[in-house]
Design a protein around this ligand. Sequence first.
Ligand SMILES: *[C@@H]1O[C@H](CO)[C@@H](O)[C@H](O)[C@H]1NC(C)=O
Ligand SMILES: *[C@@H]1O[C@H](CO)[C@@H](O)[C@H](O)[C@H]1NC(C)=O
Ligand SMILES: *[C@@H]1O[C@H](CO)[C@@H](O)[C@H](O)[C@H]1NC(C)=O
Ligand SMILES: *[C@@H]1O[C@H](CO)[C@@H](O)[C@H](O)[C@H]1NC(C)=O
Ligand SMILES: *[C@@H]1O[C@H](CO)[C@@H](O)[C@H](O)[C@H]1NC(C)=O
Ligand SMILES: *[C@@H]1O[C@H](CO)[C@@H](O)[C@H](O)[C@H]1NC(C)=O
Length: 614
Amino acid sequence: MAGGLRAAGLALGWGCCLLICCAAASQLEVSMPAVVEVENGGTARLECDFHVPGNGSYSRIDWFYINRNSRVEVCQVMGGRILEESADYAGRLSLGEDRALSISRVTMQDAKTFICHVVTDSHGTAENHTELHVYKVPEVPEIVASSAGISVQSSSIPEIAQCVSRNSFPPPNITWHKNGEQLQPEDKMVKVMATRTRESSGLYTVSSTLFAHVTREDRSSRYHCTLHYWLQGQRRTLESRRVNITVFYPAEHMNLHVKPSPALVKEGDDVQLVCEADGNPAPVFSFYKRELEDNWQDLSSLSEANTGVLNLHHVTKNSSGLYKCQTLDLDDMTQMERDVELVVNYIEGVRVEMDPSSPIQEGGSVRLSCSAHSPVALAYQWENEKNVNVGEGNELVLKNLTFETSGNFSCKVTAPSVQGLEQTQQVAVAVHGKPRIVAISSPLYVRQDEVVNLTCKAIGVPWPSVQWNVKGMAHESVENQHVTSNLTVRVSRDLLQAGATCKVSNTLGFIEERIQLLDQKTPESKGVIIVAIIICILVVALLGSVIYFLHKKGKIPCGRSGKQDITKPEARKDKIVVEVKSDKLSEEAGLLQGANGEKRSAADQSEKYIDLRN
Ligand SMILES: *[C@@H]1O[C@H](CO)[C@@H](O)[C@H](O)[C@H]1NC(C)=O
Ligand SMILES: *[C@@H]1O[C@H](CO)[C@@H](O)[C@H](O)[C@H]1NC(C)=O
Ligand SMILES: *[C@@H]1O[C@H](CO)[C@@H](O)[C@H](O)[C@H]1NC(C)=O
Ligand SMILES: *[C@@H]1O[C@H](CO)[C@@H](O)[C@H](O)[C@H]1NC(C)=O
Ligand SMILES: *[C@@H]1O[C@H](CO)[C@@H](O)[C@H](O)[C@H]1NC(C)=O
Ligand SMILES: *[C@@H]1O[C@H](CO)[C@@H](O)[C@H](O)[C@H]1NC(C)=O
């Protein structure tokens, strides 16, 4: 403002100079800038320059303003002082050295034309005038976007946003912009409604409302308004913040899919049918399943409240079929639909056939065939009772079956293309036959009159019974398909000679085995053995010395033939040792028994069981 005043002052000074040079001498002239601009609330300086010809002076200056073509006095200046002032300006006027009149605390009411009227004694009167412009810089405009959603299908031109600029002067203009580009009013497409209100303060409030049709793309458009105003001869602008709007548009695309992947759905799964549409707001979704004769069953009640998701829990093969999702746009009532085929994979009717059908003779074989129904390719696997894989493929041939290898077999049916799809069917492969004795405590070394345990272990199907041909206390135990019978007897002379027979029988036959009872050696025989051992040692010593002697004489060469010669008698000697050893073993066993009594035979026999079993 100050710059403007200065510029005006310069222009005035120059004009004045001209007057003084060319016409000053002749008459009185008053020079004033045409316009003075001042901000509301500031101080306006009204310059009034004149020169009285012949170095005379003025007698009085009258200041007026113009109100409806008539003059209203502001003040009177005499002798460099303000003498009278109107009530409107009381306390707001001051006079400069150069006789300029300053008005402070300017308001919009001060925006008038002021006249400086100069009165002289010698050269009469003269006057000029200045227009006082009061301005108020507008504040950043406020913008409010339409809060309701705007439909792309709206029949009237919908309101987008409103822009307001309060208390400025002179009233600014408002323009509208979308994504930075100015919007021009366009018939039936873009409309702008502006209002201008003059407040009691004299300042203006202007507002502008933008109406425009929107498209889907406008969901991401950004709108703003711009204020345009003049400040000291220059165009200025102020921009509002940018706003976006909610655009309602019907769905253009939709799709329906099965989660998880439709190829992997199996019985028992939880499946989701997901329906998606790109409309805003989301349309209303409905789900249907095709029943017989093209009837559609409404499944909407199973779907989550308008999320477009249909939950199917624990699907069965009956859940397979054609499903349809329908969308209804509430805005324009348009419908769209998509369908999807749900395939629930399953395995059912798993059957195992046996050829021949049970039971099988021991040593025989059986062919197991497994079959099942499924819409997908199947793989078969066989397992025994211990869940050990015993074969692949839908047939399993079991050869040379024994009581021990019989039992339950499982056919495990899987679908390699559908993870986790599996069914199992068990079949009992029964083997029957006459019993078999698997362990018996024979031979058993005993002493006469001693009490011993005779043990006989057998297997057979049907379940066998065990009989002994001697009297005693029999005790039976069952373990792992086997029956074990213990007979506690006192060893009589007869028993020692004849032995005992264990007879195991079932409906298919019987088997019997004799337990050989061997008398343990008497101390006499022990003496014989000791003598034999001593003789043996003596023979070895003798042989050793003979060999040594021959060697010293050099009759035996140190070659192979010589070695062979020696080996032979040594082999013989070995034989003798082995025989003795075996004798000694039984003797030691006898000694052991002597020491431990009846318990010995138990330990000994259990060792034998292990041998027999394996
Ligand atoms: C008023 O002042 C201006 C600027 O000095 C001048 O150009 C103009 O001629 C003056 N008007 C009168 C009527 O003296
Ligand atoms: C405002 O608009 C009017 C009419 O179009 C124009 O004369 C004036 O110069 C404009 N003002 C601004 C500050 O752009
Ligand atoms: C404007 O856009 C922002 C992000 O781009 C979004 O979060 C907001 O919801 C939008 N407002 C309206 C009214 O659409
Ligand atoms: C059958 O099994 C028994 C006992 O395991 C065996 O001794 C026999 O050699 C087997 N026979 C055949 C033909 O495999
Ligand atoms: C075999 O399966 C049947 C039931 O299928 C069961 O009762 C039987 O105990 C099983 N046999 C074995 C030896 O596990
Ligand atoms: C039979 O005798 C053996 C050895 O004495 C013993 O280990 C086993 O427990 C006995 N069994 C029964 C059923 O008494």
